[in-house]
Design a protein around this ligand. Sequence first.
Ligand SMILES: *[C@@H]1O[C@H](CO)[C@@H](O)[C@H](O)[C@H]1NC(C)=O
Ligand SMILES: *[C@@H]1O[C@H](CO)[C@@H](O)[C@H](O)[C@H]1NC(C)=O
Ligand SMILES: *[C@@H]1O[C@H](CO)[C@@H](O)[C@H](O)[C@H]1NC(C)=O
Ligand SMILES: *[C@@H]1O[C@H](CO)[C@@H](O)[C@H](O)[C@H]1NC(C)=O
Ligand SMILES: *[C@@H]1O[C@H](CO)[C@@H](O)[C@H](O)[C@H]1NC(C)=O
Ligand SMILES: *[C@@H]1O[C@H](CO)[C@@H](O)[C@H](O)[C@H]1NC(C)=O
Length: 600
Amino acid sequence: MRLYALGGLLYILSVVPVGGWAASSKPCPLKVKETIIPPRGWQQHGVPPPDHRIVLRIGLPQPNFHVLEKHLYEVSDPYHHRYGTHLSKEETERLVAPHQESVDAVDEWLESHGIKQSDLVRSPAKDWVTLTIPISLAEKMLGTKYSVWKHVDGDEIVRTTSYSLPEDLYDHIDLVQPTTMFGRFKRNKSTIVWLDQKEAPQTQNFKATVKSGPGATVDPSCNRTITISCLQQLYNAVGYVPKAKGNSIGITGYLEEFANIQDLQSFYADQRPDALNSTFKFLSVKGGLNSQNLSEAGAEAGLDVQFAFGLSHPIPATFYSTAGSPPFKPDTLTPEDTNEPYTDWLDFVLSRDDTPLTISTSYGDDEQTVPESFARRACAGFAQLGVRGTSLMFSSGDGGVGDNDPNPATQQCFTNDGRNVTRFIPSFPASCPFVTVVGGTTGVPEVAVSRFFSGGGFSDYFARPAYQQRVVEQYLAALPEGTYNGLFNRAGRAYPDVSAQSDRYRIFLSGRPVLIGGTSASSPAFAGIVALLNDVRLSRGQPPLGFLNPLLYSKAVSGFNDITIGHNSGCGTTGFNATKGWDPVTGLGTPNFGKLKNLI
Ligand SMILES: *[C@@H]1O[C@H](CO)[C@@H](O)[C@H](O)[C@H]1NC(C)=O
Ligand SMILES: *[C@@H]1O[C@H](CO)[C@@H](O)[C@H](O)[C@H]1NC(C)=O
Ligand SMILES: *[C@@H]1O[C@H](CO)[C@@H](O)[C@H](O)[C@H]1NC(C)=O
Ligand SMILES: *[C@@H]1O[C@H](CO)[C@@H](O)[C@H](O)[C@H]1NC(C)=O
Ligand SMILES: *[C@@H]1O[C@H](CO)[C@@H](O)[C@H](O)[C@H]1NC(C)=O
Ligand SMILES: *[C@@H]1O[C@H](CO)[C@@H](O)[C@H](O)[C@H]1NC(C)=O
């Protein structure tokens, strides 16, 4: 809180007068494009070194994005005649291309600052231009001054709280980053909860004996330890063997989280012997590394690949390692400021034709630490993958209705908009309406994880999409009058969409079996089931599922086990309750593969 006050003060000092640094060869008054208040926990910490170089990313408007969105909803609606007719890479690019006028105006501006065409890297649709320049030039172009900002955790970044654009370019540029982007897709913010590895038992020879729901039974050990076999039993996928050609599944890794192949083999030997010796394709994004040093194995990466690939074997699997390793030190030894992993990954996958049909990501941050303009562009990137036929899963976060800090003692629930009022803190990308968000359950029969856990709530940036209007309104109508008034945006995109087991997963990490949990576990588990559903579609000669939500909330609703017990505490409250029907704790519920395969 003290830091917040200090940040606020420094913010006022760093406001730049309009036109302040306009010194280009073609003078045009500058107009402030974006001003933010630095998120809590950040403190200004001096000026960046003069030779600091910055990878500036300029987003040009996508004037036809609403057309892409219309296509997305049509091809994803199981009752629409265009269902499954996904767009090609080229068709998608045409729909996000900026006006030529915008391309020309931006080029002219860059040229006036001495930047050559050959210094620019463009996305295939030309909606992003990236250039690496000295920070002094960026400051001149954007009428701003960058500072080094230091987080209470020790992370350092180079950012500003406000930037401007020449008036005649104002409508030709959506956003420029890094400027106001303080979000950190931190390893500690990857949604993982550690558990005592002493508790990891051997799990062999299951006998189905415990009731998991109406008419279904699972092995009693699944109440204590989650394995591949438990998920197959709980989600009614025992004995299903994928057979279709052309299927694929992917896991994204960030922040030097490496998926270790030896650990994967140990896991397969333990839980999926028929998958032994199979592995995944490794793709490096922006120079992302692939250490196979066993002691550097990543817990998040291990959890994700072991369960997603274990559940979907033998569907071809890919692991992405995107570069970027906070804490970033803005010193002369690390001269380039690259700290926007989502857009780096999106650039990479959108420019290729081999994107997996199902992808799971277990990283996120508080929505309010990501500027809205950036959140909208990243979300638009996810929509492009959806319209091309990829299903994207994200974990909902582990802080209940609060920020992504699962520790109630340190969790903070204040707005960052200068008002400093108490508010539930939604997560991004969970708040993006174009992705499928997975919350957390535990136990047999399944209940919501009622500690500070299953992230859920309502976006402050994104409006509620039509596909969930009915069920979310039903949920809100049943809330006692005045519940949490002012703490959340009743009109916002509500999440999670679905849920899956999220606690006490048995994985192998650096050679040892450990138990691990978090919605970090539920997202790859749900993705594994989605990959199996794609196998069902493809083996019938049907197109893949693509963007899932319009299907999940309509035709597929009865394919979920409704979770009605538990809640997601946070912000000093008990959060929302799991209820009959959709709820902002467990969404529509956990998957019943056997039912879903007949509904899709
Ligand atoms: C914000 O609110 C909290 C809780 O009421 C308080 O402790 C803190 O000092 C406030 N911070 C500012 C900057 O007003
Ligand atoms: C954050 O992650 C690092 C590396 O995994 C770990 O060493 C550290 O203890 C974590 N910090 C907190 C506060 O959890
Ligand atoms: C699962 O564990 C919980 C908590 O330990 C217990 O209350 C419940 O009865 C167990 N369920 C079964 C089916 O054994
Ligand atoms: C894996 O490879 C080993 C050594 O080549 C072989 O003995 C074993 O049968 C293989 N397992 C499977 C499931 O292919
Ligand atoms: C493996 O990683 C550990 C920890 O980073 C390091 O100490 C060790 O030297 C590495 N081993 C090899 C063979 O590189
Ligand atoms: C959750 O359920 C409890 C117990 O029935 C009730 O007291 C509380 O008001 C409910 N909370 C919400 C947000 O619905």
